[in-house]
Design a protein around this ligand. Sequence first.
Ligand SMILES: [Zn+2]
Length: 332
Amino acid sequence: MEKKKTGILPQREQLVKELTPQVKEDLKNYFQDRDYGVIAITREDALRAFVVKATNLCEIARLRHRLSPMATAVLGRALIGAILLTSLLKHGTDQRVLLRIEGDGPVGLVVAEANAKGEVRGFVQNPDIPTFVKEENGRRKFDIAKAVGKGTLTVVKDLGFGTPYESSVPLVSGEIAQDIAYYLLKSEQIPSAVAIGVLVGQSGKVEAAGGFLAQPLPGATEEAIAKLEENVKSLPPVSTLIKEGKRPEEIAELLFKGFTTELLALKELSFRCRCSKEVARGGLLAMPEEELRRLIEEEGQASVKCNFCGEEYLFTKEELQEILEEKKKGNN
Ligand SMILES: [Zn+2]
């Protein structure tokens, strides 16, 4: 019986570790306040969860893109959503997943990309949108759906071989977590519970951010699925849990209440962009010759900004002339 259950898990995930008080202590000492995620399963049944704490990386995104509180909440959710979607990738590889939300709301285009190593980056089209709030159970909350609007959610999976796999679904809520759950069900046939929360303080600073993706694996019993649903329903908002100091492995235990929680994998998470001056130079090289000439003659320099992380790359007049020369050679 036990053997049959581990048999449904991929090879690489067979190193399981029970979440003992000592293991929890070790995790706390190792990660401290850093962002990370845990992939956990239940010993008694086939349930799986990926739980992440992403407070720091959301704050870095806010500072890098100079996001308003509302835009911080939207991009933070998308970044965490992309991280959760790395569940579809092979752990520890260069595979990556891009989440693109195209709604008709004021925030405009929202893009987040994460790789299987736990690096994430992203941006919103309009970083300075005002705050929209709504009342829910007597609490004032960001109205994410109002900022996002109606439209589509697209997931692009680059598995490192050939054309990336792309699939879109209509936005069903605009709150992002529910939309990701809908995508997983419709496009990947994975029924799951997804929760994402980003708590923005009065000053605009990210105080707590995180999320989880919980799902039954093939072979899960009806009782286990019902228990998981019940646990998910009784859980406070994930940002509240993180704000209270709960760690990803402890949230996994709450999701798996009634079961023994075991750890499959750990993932350190960070806001990191793959851009470089070389990539920015490639962008200039792709410009029409007349435009390059205009930059050289009228501006005397150029600044190329990376959409994903806000980094600016400066090019001097000499560097621009070099690029123009290279372009002329290439065109001949
Ligand atoms: Zn960048």
